[in-house]
Write a protein that binds this ligand. Structure first.
Ligand SMILES: Nc1ncnc2c1ncn2[C@@H]1O[C@H](COP(=O)(O)OP(=O)(O)OP(=O)(O)O)[C@@H](O)[C@H]1O
Ligand SMILES: [Mg+2]
Length: 237
């Protein structure tokens, strides 16, 4: 008998609410996300969009466990992020996910090679130089392996940040406005790169951008406005 493999949701957000206290005394509340629910399947390339202040980064931080919801739950592979054990937490952070920040967050005193190898060193894995070079090649930065971050352009730094986010072959890569500091041409190249990682490696990508012309790279769009999802659609090329 042939077993059917159903694509499981990799993430489920159930009724998530995020409220920040606006004043020091905590008298005024800023409801950033109001009762949001959705699920994300493996291998999706989800683009989260919406105006500035609509909660895009907040949502990405809730999914990646950099923030906790005020109420509601986020599940990763059917496990509630809030009930993660230390081991779950370590696996989630060091094996299963990668994060690309808008401002790159590279270590200035380390070479490109060492910046990219760092996630493997942190988790105590063996660093195979051939593997690092393959990842550098994939993102097109292998010639600068021995350079330091301040010797690179913005687009090159972002490539290094992307290499670092995928070096441990995570299931999911989160990216917060990864093209925010780049010109149109460089931004398109970076979006192409995410598309390749999604298609060729089967990596689930959850990427925040306010640039609607980037939707063509994704397989799904989630648009936020006034604390709600106002659009959640599958994209067809
Ligand atoms: N740590 C925090 N403490 C208090 N308020 C916060 C915090 N982080 C975000 N906010 C508020 O939450 C709202 C949403 O912020 P968020 O950074 O998620 O928006 P965004 O959609 O990513 O915006 P942008 O496009 O400008 O990056 C804003 O009103 C912001 O001021
Ligand atoms: Mg943001």
């Amino acid at each position: 008998m042939v077993k059917r493999v159903k694509l499981m949701p990799i993430f489920e957000a159930k009724n998530i609410v995020k409220i920040y206290q606006e004043t020091k005394k905590g008298t005024k509340q800023n409801v950033v996300l109001q009762n949001i629910s959705f699920s994300i399947k493996e291998k999706e390339f989800v683009i989260i969009t919406g105006p500035s202040g609509s909660g895009k980064t907040t949502l990405l931080y809730l999914l990646s466990k950099l923030e906790v919801p005020t109420s509601g739950e986020v599940y990763f592979e059917n496990k509630n992020l809030n009930t993660f054990t230390k081991q779950d937490e370590r696996a989630f952070r060091q094996d299963l996910t990668g994060f690309v920040f808008q401002s790159y967050e590279l270590i200035p005193t380390l070479t490109v090679f060492d910046n990219v190898a760092l996630p493997l060193i942190i988790k105590g894995a063996k660093v195979n130089p051939d593997h690092i070079f393959n990842v550098l090649k994939l993102v097109g930065i292998e010639k600068q392996a021995r350079s330091f971050p301040d010797q690179l352009s913005g687009g090159e730094k972002q490539r290094v940040a992307i290499a670092r986010s995928i070096v441990h072959e995570p299931k999911v890569v989160f990216a917060d406005e990864p093209t925010g500091n780049l010109d149109k041409q460089k931004a398109a190249e970076i979006m192409e790169l995410f598309k390749r990682i999604n298609v060729e490696n089967g990596t689930t990508i959850i990427l925040v951008t306010h640039n609607l012309s980037h939707l063509s790279y994704g397989t799904r769009v989630i648009e936020l406005s006034n604390a709600h999802i106002i659009r959640d659609e599958i994209l067809h090329g």
